[in-house]
Design a protein around this ligand. Structure first.
Ligand code: HPA
Length: 276
């Protein structure tokens, strides 16, 4: 499917109906009727997919209704169905559409709505993020305790009033801490991107209560809550945010920090998922 004919781009289309069609595509292509847990893997978390269990099927995201072509050419996003050692069905989403790609928020949250339509009741959202709190140094995983959505947008359409108290489930954070008691928590600030923040914006994020900054997750979490899912959010700190570190930020630095931390945090994530 080309980006030009994505059904989500039709303003008259019902995004939930397209999510149900996507879930039916996944059931047909993987042979797995329902999933229990969905996992979105951000920068640095990719190897977790190999550790959570046995891969039953891998599907190119482009075969599934409403999924976009990946933003970066040559990188094909996939959806994987995994069977965990305890028998849980896990849907791993390796195809994230970011808000900064400019395709609208329906496309950003389509994977979350699809995950809910496959039956998943838990949504695990992972990402790479910058540390505002100076103790959140590169390579550290941080549990997301809450968020501040600075995109000025929402996946909810019309007068849809959804409660966001305990959005990042306290229960699931406690489960994660049974696996790693040293895990700290932080408030995630979502900026629009794709530019990194200015030092002044990072200072603002700290003043208004943010601990980490990133370009995904908050909008996805809102959609997951609307769909009735329980949410666990985990950030890998890939860099100190702009102005907290003296040197300029680079995408390469972010990727490199992700690669370096990947074995440790992927193992952590696999153990947390098995405990959920
Ligand atoms: N800012 C925003 N997004 C990010 C950062 C950052 O410093 N690092 C990784 N993703």
């Amino acid at each position: 499917m080309s980006t030009a004919d994505n059904p989500l781009d039709d303003p008259n289309a019902d995004p939930f109906e397209i999510a149900r069609a996507a879930a039916a595509d996944i059931a047909r292509l993987t042979g797995v009727e329902r999933h229990d847990i969905a996992l979105t893997l951000g920068s640095g978390w990719g190897k977790a997919a190999d550790l959570v269990g046995e891969t039953v099927a891998t599907v190119p995201a482009t075969e599934v209704s409403g999924f976009s072509k990946p933003a970066l050419e040559g990188h094909v996003g996939t959806l994987r169905s995994i069977l965990s050692p305890s028998g849980k069905r896990i849907l791993v989403i390796g195809a994230r559409t970011h808000y900064y790609e400019g395709h609208g928020v329906r496309r950003v949250v389509h994977s979350v709505r699809t995950a809910a339509a496959t039956g998943a009741s838990v949504m695990v959202l992972t990402n790479g993020a910058g540390g505002v709190n100076p103790s959140y140094t590169p390579g550290r995983p941080v549990l997301i305790s809450d968020h501040i959505n600075l995109t000025a947008d929402s996946p909810l359409e019309g007068a849809t009033f959804v409660d966001l108290t305990d959005l990042y489930s306290r229960r699931l954070r406690e489960v994660a801490r049974t696996i790693d008691p040293t895990l700290h928590e932080g408030v995630y600030c979502q900026f629009r991107g794709p530019h990194y923040e200015t030092p002044a914006e990072v200072r603002m994020a700290g003043i208004i209560g943010g601990d980490i900054v990133g370009m995904s997750t908050a909008l996805e979490a809102i959609a997951a809550r609307q769909a009735g899912m329980e949410i666990l959010g985990l950030s890998l700190i890939t860099n100190l945010a702009a102005g907290i570190q003296d040197t300029p930020l680079s995408h390469e630095e972010v990727l490199e920090a992700g690669r370096a931390a990947e074995p440790v945090i992927s193992d952590l994530l696999a153990r947390v998922v098995e405990a959920l």
